[in-house]
Design a protein around this ligand. Sequence first.
Ligand SMILES: [Zn+2]
Length: 75
Amino acid sequence: MMKTCSLCQTEMPERYNYCYQCGEHVGETTALPVDVDPQVAETQRRQEWVIQYGCLTLIIVWTIFGLWFFFNMNR
Ligand SMILES: [Zn+2]
């Protein structure tokens, strides 16, 4: 699959975003999806939320347990 520059008509591989002859933008690589399905985006956002707050919860629980262990250790 080749791309053609709109200015100088140079053909280049699909992975190029810019023409290597004149520097003209020839479009994003098709490997990256341009428009993401809103449902997929929503799922990804929810997954990110779960990961972020999951880590935060883990850190808080870990800190509380650490303090609990520290105070009980000295008895
Ligand atoms: Zn060009």
